[in-house]
Design a protein around this ligand. Structure first.
Ligand SMILES: Nc1ncnc2c1ncn2[C@@H]1O[C@H](COP(=O)(O)OP(=O)(O)OP(=O)(O)O)[C@@H](O)[C@H]1O
Ligand SMILES: [Mg+2]
Length: 460
């Protein structure tokens, strides 16, 4: 049910209804008032013109004339003398009209003026006015005019009906328009609701239209991009889980197979037994390291890991790691040189994690370089940044693979690192740590020539 559109429609309709009512009523009152005033003024004018004529010729013939003139009109004239005696009348006088036939005599001079006698058009059968017949200051008589109120009531009734229909029509048209418009406004909302429900169910396919140039269009665009990133997230998560289980399967198969053989007690040769146990130990170490790295990475990704922010000396960290790895380099007969690494360079960060960055990079450089090769660490610094390059003369990485090496569990050639024992998490961890330090890392490589990793960190 389109609840919003109904609510919106009802609220707007109520407002519109009140508006039309007020407008119609105001219009009605105004028109009635205007019309009555018009009728009364006209009647007063008529009486006035009669009074002027009679002031000049206050005789029988003129009175007769005036009464005759008024005869065919719906209005009625009565001419009184100073005593209140009726001198002439255009129509027969009704009993209800008697009380208005009072002469002006005896009133103060200020009362000698034209006034409406009766204006209650709703209850009285007529409205009435009176005008004095004045010859200079001398009052000769009074003209009383009557106009029936039936036609007035007819006009007002007609006006009422017209305005009522007008209001009703406005309201009907308004309601239709309002409900149409509010359903137009809420239609995209309903579509978005359906879209988000679909997304929640895991259907990311449907695209919302974003051609509206307003907040609703923006919202639709946000929902679309949310769906896209959720889709991406779910895809990478699925891939990642598949990779992890694949990665675990191989060592676990070894562990299971070799331990079963040992348990069967069929192997009597002590040397062979030792060989199997060594395999079991090595594979256990592999699994252990893999799980440790994965855990490390996941912790950094959900940002729940305590991340220290200290002033740390990059140079001493690099020297320390180089010394730690030197024995391995020596036994692989690979040269390890530090260029321009002398003065301290301070950055803000977590020393254990920065150590891990160089450990992983130097470990890779050694592993993917054959004996007789060379690895160099070059440090350059400016006012604000320090640049560290780790350059090796190893096997290199194919160009097409370069963007992929940062991915978790990604290895250029699976067979290549089965021998070297890597799991493809090292660079993912490096990238994450560098990002957390507001630094950057890039890679350049030429196959069979060598690889260079370049790091930037802001200097304190
Ligand atoms: N210096 C390098 N020279 C050539 N190839 C490299 C170099 N560094 C990394 N690679 C390639 O990139 C891949 C990803 O490196 P990464 O360090 O993430 O994983 P790994 O070394 O295979 O395993 P791990 O570091 O988790 O033990 C490696 O498998 C390797 O093929
Ligand atoms: Mg590595």
């Amino acid at each position: 049910m389109r609840k919003i559109s109904v609510k919106l429609g009802i609220i707007l309709s109520a407002l519109f209804f009140t508006f039309v009512m007020v407008i119609s009523y105001t219009l009605y009152s105004f028109m009635v008032h205007f019309y009555i005033k018009q009728v009364a003024t006209e009647l007063l004018h008529r009486g006035h013109s009669h009074a002027i004529v009679l002031a000049n010729h206050f005789d029988h013939e003129t009175m007769h004339h005036v009464a005759m003139m008024e005869g065919p009109a719906i209005t009625m004239v009565v001419i009184l003398d100073n005593q209140g005696k009726v001198l002439a009348n255009s129509d027969p006088i009704l009993p209800t009209q008697r009380k208005y036939l009072i002469p002006m005599t005896g009133h103060p001079a200020s009362m000698y003026e034209e006034i409406p006698l009766e204006t209650d058009w709703e209850h009285s059968a007529f409205i009435a006015t009176r005008s004095p017949i004045l010859n200079g200051n001398q009052l000769l008589g009074t003209v009383v005019m009557f106009s029936p109120t039936d036609p007035i009531r007819d006009v007002v009734r007609f006006l009422k009906v017209v305005l009522l229909w007008f209001g009703l029509g406005m309201i009907i048209v308004g309601f239709i328009l309002i409900f149409y418009l509010s359903s137009r406004i809420t239609k995209p909302l309903i579509q978005m609701k359906a879209a988000t429900q679909n997304i929640a169910k895991g259907n990311y396919g449907s695209e919302l239209r974003t051609d509206r140039n307003d907040e609703l269009g923006d919202l639709a665009a946000s929902i679309n991009s949310l769906a896209k990133s959720l889709q991406h997230y779910e895809q990478t998560r699925t891939e990642f889980l598949a990779d992890v289980s694949h990665e675990l399967r191989t060592p676990l198969t070894y562990l299971k197979g070799y331990s079963e053989i040992l348990l069967q007690d069929r192997i009597t040769n002590e040397e062979e037994k030792k060989e199997f146990l060594k395999i079991i130990r090595d594979e256990s170490i592999r699994v252990h390291l893999l799980v440790q790295d994965l855990f490390e990475l996941t912790k950094m990704e959900v940002a729940s890991v305590p991340f220290e922010k200290n002033e740390i000396d990059l140079v001493s960290i690099i020297e320390k790691i180089a010394e730690r790895l030197r024995p391995a380099y020596d036994s692989d007969k690979i040269e390890l040189n530090l260029e321009n690494v002398s003065d301290s360079v301070f950055i803000e960060g977590d020393s254990k994690r920065i150590e891990q960055v160089f450990l992983n990079l130097l470990d890779n450089a050694r592993r993917y370089t054959s004996s007789g090769g060379k690895v160099e660490i070059v440090l350059e610094k400016s006012e604000t940044v320090v640049v560290i390059k780790v350059i090796d003369t190893g096997m290199g990485i194919p160009k097409s693979e370069l963007p992929l090496i940062w991915k978790r569990l990604y290895r250029v050639e699976k067979s290549r690192s089965r021998v070297t024992g890597g799991s493809g998490l090292g660079l993912a961890i490096v990238k994450k740590i560098v990002d957390l330090h507001n630094g950057s890392i890039t890679v350049d490589s030429i196959e069979n020539k060598g690889t260079t990793f370049t790091l930037h960190f802001p200097i304190l």
